[in-house]
Design a protein around this ligand. Structure first.
Ligand code: PLP
Length: 401
């Protein structure tokens, strides 16, 4: 008998399954709105010019590929800190923030989760309802029980703030609360600053441990404004963790460039925390890869490349916003039986469209328009060439169902 004969087939990843079905579809006007990446007007993942420039310079140097330190490239870590906490953050001046390069935002969440499991073995983790589908699996795999807190109010396409606060209050003290710092995935609906202040009050009162996930910095309003929640927590003087990612903002998905930051009480505490986080990394993948973080560090540290990157990030942000507005306008002009104005107020790459699972299914079977069963669509996959087909399809499925 084989060692593996009793191994059961794991459930299929629903998004990967959708992609496979999309690839097998032979209809020429098929559109994949189920993806989690930014596509440009030509329907392709862009290679940013700032990235291409930095890569050219890196290639010319013919740098050797030795091991990096366990916590990654020091200059990269310092640049990440400034981007997230702000150039003039007193926390940085006081040496209270530990930042380690990580394998994307996912890697940062996992290292953070493993570190927290050693520190708070009996804690519960709370994630938003709904949340990025990997949050639950990731914290469960680190050994934590995972609960949902109320977040999205489907009827108003907004936030269920009373429900959210009530649920955070009801968690056992010192729970780990995972929060999307901006551009909430999958809903596109964010807390405003007044909401954040109320969330912070409950977190402080209950002694919870906030874990802020910022995977779309720059896709909401701007790099600085999208960090407002992180800065609010930084000013509050409590310990917290931040996972950050450049997958989207640098269009470097496959290079796995992210970081884990931990806000501590003092420089001395920071050095102890860093030593333990390094142990988690060392026994996991030893040290991170060189390429992506080198590229990001050279872009962020060169005034010219940084300006170019900010411009390109701004172009991605405004193209998505343009697509939101155009989608809403077309649906209105075509006499859709539902009003979609709320889509233009949502932020980031995604929209909870409000379409039912049945309507999503019909979009796929009848029109070759692929979306996730929850009705999440990736607005960043819309463009001038496919928008007309998508809005026609939505109008028709709403009429039919
Ligand atoms: N967190 C959220 C909310 C996300 O949406 C994603 C990616 O989709 C990630 C983390 C992971 O990002 P990365 O691809 O950098 O691992």
């Amino acid at each position: 008998m084989s060692l593996f004969s009793a191994v059961e087939m794991a459930p299929r990843d629903p998004i990967l399954g959708l992609n496979e079905a999309f690839n097998a579809d032979t209809r020429p006007n098929k559109v994949n709105l189920g993806v989690g990446v930014y596509y440009n007007e030509e329907g392709r993942i862009p290679l940013l010019r700032a990235v291409a420039e930095a890569e050219k310079a890196r290639l010319a140097v013919q740098a050797p590929r030795g091991y990096l330190p366990i916590d990654g490239i020091a200059s990269y870590d310092a640049l990440v800190q400034k981007l997230i906490f702000g150039e003039d953050s007193p926390l940085l001046a006081e040496g209270r923030v530990v930042t380690t390069q990580a394998l994307g935002g996912t890697g940062a969440l996992k290292v953070g989760a493993d570190f927290l499991k050693r520190l708070l073995p009996d804690a519960t983790v709370a994630i938003s309802d709904p949340s990025w589908e990997n949050h639950r699996a990731l914290f469960e795999s680190a050994g934590f029980p995972v609960k949902n807190y109320r977040y999205y109010a489907a009827a108003s396409h907004g936030i269920d703030l009373p429900g959210l606060l009530e649920d955070l209050n009801a968690l056992q003290p010192r729970s780990i609360v995972v929060l999307h710092a901006c551009c909430h995935n999958p809903t596109g609906v964010d807390l405003d600053l007044a909401d954040w202040e109320q969330v912070l009050e409950v977190i402080k009162a209950r002694g919870h441990v906030p874990f802020l996930d910022i995977a779309y910095q720059g896709f909401g309003d701007s790099i600085e404004e999208d960090a407002a929640a992180v800065r609010l927590f930084a000013d509050a003087g409590l310990p917290f963790l931040v996972s950050s990612s450049f997958s989207k903002s640098f269009s470097l998905y496959g290079e796995r460039v992210g970081a884990l930051s931990l806000v501590t009480d003092s420089r001395e505490e920071a050095s102890r925390v860093l030593s333990q986080v390094k142990r988690v990394i060392r026994t996991n993948y030893s040290n991170p890869p060189t390429h992506g973080a080198t590229v990001v560090a050279s872009v962020l540290s060169s005034p010219e490349l940084r300006a170019l990157w900010e411009q390109e990030l701004g172009e991605m942000r405004s193209r998505i916003q343009k697509m939101r507005l155009a989608m809403v306008e077309q649906l209105r002009a075509k006499g859709a039986l539902q009003e979609f104005g709320f889509v233009s107020a949502q932020r980031g790459m995604f929209s909870y469209s409000g379409l039912s699972a049945e309507q999503v299914e019909r979009l796929r079977t009848d029109f070759g328009v692929y979306a996730i069963g929850t009705g999440r669509i990736c607005v960043a996959a819309l463009n001038q060439h496919n928008l007309d087909h998508v809005t026609n399809a939505i109008v028709e499925v709403i009429e039919a169902l």
